[in-house]
Design a protein around this ligand. Structure first.
Ligand code: NAX
Length: 328
């Protein structure tokens, strides 16, 4: 058997975690040979509910699940973590502006960044799911001096998977036949799902799509607004699909992406594609041996340039706001 991996998940009593934890424990995230030690972090008010989740995990008798520890203290919860999935966040409530949301989440991710820096394992890899995910990841990264910046990432894989699903539906292809989809920018309504390099069964997506207006008028807005459509239909935000995307993100980061394909991850920019260095923005990436690489040299046409720039401008204004508030 392989060495056990310690996975910390925050927001352990929430709805995404309820989809996520059981799949991690079943081996879907780190593979069927890797034992898992779960460390679950919550706020004090949710610890009792978290105890219930821990009981259910126990009741599954997962062969790979070595232990489940629960805590309401980040300094304890991230101790020894090899993988940290930061799901817990302050939700946006009625009449809350984006600025209020940044202010409410700043202290959480300041503390968690510092706790990860002080107590996680040397190889810790961090995925932020809680919104505003990119900027929460930026705050955590900025407060974790002991952790290499490139270990902090945010989730845009759900948007990426939604884009695959929409293209599959349009073309009648299977999801597995679609490759090289990219989501650029922020996990927000300004995100840019890009079909420019995508293929369907190995051929350029443009040909399979037919009417080019579909991309601009249907595909892009549908992917951008899919989260809202789920809330309207379900009466609650995406949970199982967000959990599945988090599984995909960590699995591909640690075990590698498929040959010839890439995935979307929000990662600290190295200046690629004109995105300011250090900004946590979504890019096309390939992964191998636990490292991701931004796909180099893609041609960006004028249509794409405008949309990438708009989302990056939003990320820059969020970064300015949290620096102004003293969180980074
Ligand atoms: P829930 O409200 O069901 O669960 C969140 C849990 O986090 C709660 O149990 C809460 O007590 C806990 N929590 C809050 N602050 C915490 C802290 N400081 N430490 C530890 N735990 C804390 O929300 P859920 O539906 O699970 O969504 C979680 C987050 O994911 C939200 O911010 C949501 O906006 C975000 N999402 C991000 C997505 C993405 O693609 N990046 C998609 C889905 C989702 O909207």
């Amino acid at each position: 058997a392989r060495t056990p991996v310690t996975v910390t998940v925050t927001g352990g009593a929430g709805q995404i975690a309820y989809g996520l934890l059981f799949r991690i424990a079943a081996g879907d995230m780190l593979g069927p040979d890797t034992p898992v030690r779960l460390r679950l972090l919550e706020i004090p008010a949710a610890v009792q509910a978290l105890e219930g989740v821990a009981m259910e995990l126990e009741d599954c008798a997962f062969p790979l699940l070595e232990s489940v520890d629960i805590s309401d203290d980040p300094w304890d919860g991230f101790s020894g973590a090899n993988v940290a999935v930061l799901v817990g966040a302050r939700p946006r409530t009625a009449r809350m502006e984006r600025a209020d949301l940044l202010a409410a989440n700043g202290p959480i991710f300041t503390d968690q960044g510092a706790a990860i820096s002080a107590s996680a394992a040397d190889d810790v890899r961090v995925l932020v799911v809680g919104n505003p995910a990119n900027t929460n990841a930026f705050i955590a990264m900025s407060n974790a001096p002991e952790v290499p910046a490139e270990r902090f990432t945010a989730l845009t894989r759900l948007d990426h998977n939604r884009a695959i699903a929409q293209l599959a539906r349009r073309t009648g292809a299977a999801a597995a036949d679609i490759a090289r989809i990219t989501v650029w920018g922020n996990h927000s309504a300004t995100q840019y799902p890009d079909l420019g390099h995508a293929t369907v069964a190995g051929r350029p997506a443009a040909g399979a799509v037919g009417d080019p207006a579909w991309v601009r008028d249907e595909f892009i807005p549908t992917v951008q607004r899919r989260g809202t459509a789920i809330i309207e239909a379900r009466g609650a935000s995406s949970a199982a699909s967000a959990a599945a995307a988090a599984i995909d993100h960590i699995r591909d980061w640690t075990l590698g992406t498929a040959p010839g394909d890439w995935v979307s991850m929000a990662v600290p920019s190295d200046g690629s594609y004109g995105v300011p260095e250090g900004l946590i923005s979504s890019f096309p990436v390939t992964c191998a041996a636990g490292e991701y690489t931004i796909v180099p040299g893609l041609e960006i046409d004028e249509f794409s340039r405008e949309r990438i720039d708009a989302s990056v401008a939003e990320l820059e204004s969020e970064r300015e706001a949290v620096i102004g508030l003293g969180f980074a």
